[in-house]
Structure formats: C-alpha cells, structure tokens
Write a new protein. Structure first.
Length: 177
C-alpha cells in the first residue's frame, strides 16, 4: 500500500509543480491550451528609483478570450535568484487592462546598499493556461533619484493601479568575513 501511494503521489506533485512554472511558453510546456494567449501591447518602467519609492511597472494588455488571470513575475538580483510569484488580475480587467503595478522598494536598514540592481521579469497567464510573452525591467535603487515620467499611453492623470508587489531585498551579512 505504501509503494502504491508513492507511485501516485510523486507523479501528482510533479504535474502540479510543472503547471506552476511561471512564464513558460506553450512549446516549453508540451501541451496546447485552449483559446488565445494574452498580449502585452505596451509596457514601461523607469530604470532608476529611489529607496522607499513605489516603482511603477506600466502595462497595457488584452486577451481576445477575456480570461486573463494572473501577472506572473520574478525579481532577481545579480547575486540572488528569484522565484515566480503571482498577482491576481481583477475581474473587470480580464479582457483588457491598462495601468501600473506598484513595486514597494523600501529596504530594511541592513539590506543591499546604494545602487542595488534588480531585474523584474513579468508575463500574464490566462485561466486556460496560455501565457503572454515575457517583458523584463531592470532597475537601479539609489537614494534621491527620480523616476522617469512614463511615455504615452501611460502619461495621463489617474492611471489605474493594477496590483502591488513587495520586494524583499536580501540583507547584508554582518561579521564572519
């Protein structure tokens, strides 16, 4: 009975983990989801932001099937890897969305210092398993720098917030050199 459970449990866990692999393309997954994938039509983010500011990732996207479900994203530092996490897309934005995702960049006192470099990779997954192309945004964190103003179509007053991401910056180890 224990052997039977292992043979059932291990394939089940592998199947679930492959289904949550982040921004993979249809060919990488090996199965063809139904419907059309979401399309990111425009994106922008400033390449410099001050510690404590909200880094704004501007996106415009649409999905012909109207079933966008999640933003899948990963944040990496050159020294520290990242894993994919998810932000749910609101019901009213599943066919077409335009706005920004706010990335909270406030570090603890002993986090990575001045000019820390991060890279955010993001895609949109729909409820049928389709995934948009990836977009990548590099950023340098430094005290006192100003974010660049966004270009059209994001340069209007009252741009909608689509979600929020919290960046957990790695701490600088003390002692033990």
């Amino acid at each position: 009975m224990k052997i039977l459970k292992k043979f059932v449990l291990i394939p089940t866990i592998l199947t679930l983990s492959l289904g949550m692999a982040g921004c993979t393309t249809v060919g990488e997954r090996g199965t063809e989801p139904a419907g059309s994938p979401p399309v990111i039509t425009s994106s922008f983010a400033s390449e410099k932001v001050s510690h404590g500011d909200i880094w704004k990732i501007y996106l415009e996207a649409n999905d012909p099937d109207g079933d966008m479900g999640y933003f899948a994203y990963s944040i990496k530092n050159s020294d520290f890897g990242g894993r994919f996490e998810y932000v749910r897309i609101r019901k009213g934005d599943r066919a077409r969305l335009a706005g920004f995702i706010g990335v909270v960049t406030s570090p603890p006192k002993d986090a990575l210092g001045e000019w820390a470099r991060l890279t955010l990779t993001l895609c949109i997954q729909d409820r049928s398993g389709n995934t948009s192309d990836k977009v990548t945004f590099p950023v340098a964190l430094s005290r006192g720098v100003k974010q660049v103003s966004p270009p059209p179509p994001f340069d209007i007053e009252g741009v909608k917030r689509l979600g929020q991401i919290w960046v957990e910056l790695p701490r600088i180890p003390h002692g033990g050199r």
